[in-house]
Design a protein around this ligand. Structure first.
Ligand SMILES: [Zn+2]
Length: 251
């Protein structure tokens, strides 16, 4: 059995998820925000009888600051390496000694998004790669490319139907989940995400072309979000752009 621990650092109205694989090598997937370093990470490791110095490697699902925030602090306080996985080839294997993590390119949320699949038990950490709704602050889902996000959702669905994925850990409380998708929850979650992207698409298509990007984003936010945070308004602009620039028909 692969020893792993899901760490959730409380952050604003939500939390940042990280997954620590503990074995011959201790690999931390995502590093939340900088302020999670002390006491949160230190105390979480202590409960597992580990210290910061015991982390061998940090990998990140993408470059957003709420997934890479502790990289430099961990590096400065240990001998941990930081591996930039977005430049590595599809299916590249990271060897943990007694477990292996496979890199899957899962763009859409950002162009550099990757997910990590633990091969023996089918544990996937997807970060923000398959969100379609209920984002970090109950706002509009945030993604840069709608077509690529749908392709990523389809890719995860295919791996699931091939029995390669048994459980998924998410980067935040997407769709109001606790961040963990057990096997029977995976397809409904993917379908909900897919439908949300298509709902956004038809809503944005129905808006007047005379509206500015900010005006379209505000209408999207009012239609689909309960959050009025500044961050949510910015996210909505990125997501509107992801639909305006999509170029191809979504399905
Ligand atoms: Zn993100």
């Amino acid at each position: 059995m692969v020893k792993h621990c899901y760490l959730k650092y409380p952050w604003g109205a939500s939390w940042c998820g990280m997954l620590l694989f503990a074995g011959k090598k201790n690999i931390l997937v995502d590093s939340a925000v900088e302020e999670a370093f002390s006491p949160f990470l230190k105390n979480s490791l202590a409960e597992l009888h580990l210290k910061i110095e015991d982390i061998d490697l940090v990998v990140n699902t993408h470059g957003h600051a709420d997934h890479t925030g502790m990289n430099e602090l961990i590096r400065a306080n240990s001998n941990a390496g930081i591996l930039n996985c977005s430049n590595l080839p599809e299916n590249y294997i990271i060897d943990g000694g007694d477990y292996q993590l496979q890199i899957l390119h899962t763009p859409g949320h950002t162009g550099d998004s990757v997910s990590f699949l633990e091969l023996s038990e089918g544990i996937l950490f997807s970060g923000d790669a398959i969100e379609g709704s209920g984002s970090r602050f109950a706002g509009v889902a945030l993604y840069e490319n709608a077509g690529k996000l749908l392709a990523t959702i389809e890719k995860i669905r295919t791996l699931y139907t091939q029995n390669k994925i048994q459980k998924i850990y998410l980067g935040h409380a997407y769709h109001g989940t606790c961040g963990i998708l057990e096997k029977d929850e995976i397809i409904p979650f993917l379908e909900l995400s897919r439908k949300m992207v298509l709902s956004y698409d038809s809503f944005i298509k129905g808006l007047s072309e005379n509206l500015t990007l900010a005006e379209q984003a505000e209408l999207l936010r009012q239609e689909f979000s309960v959050s009025e945070s500044v961050l949510c308004k910015k996210s909505a602009e990125i997501t509107v752009k992801a639909h305006i620039n999509r170029g191809e028909q979504l399905c």
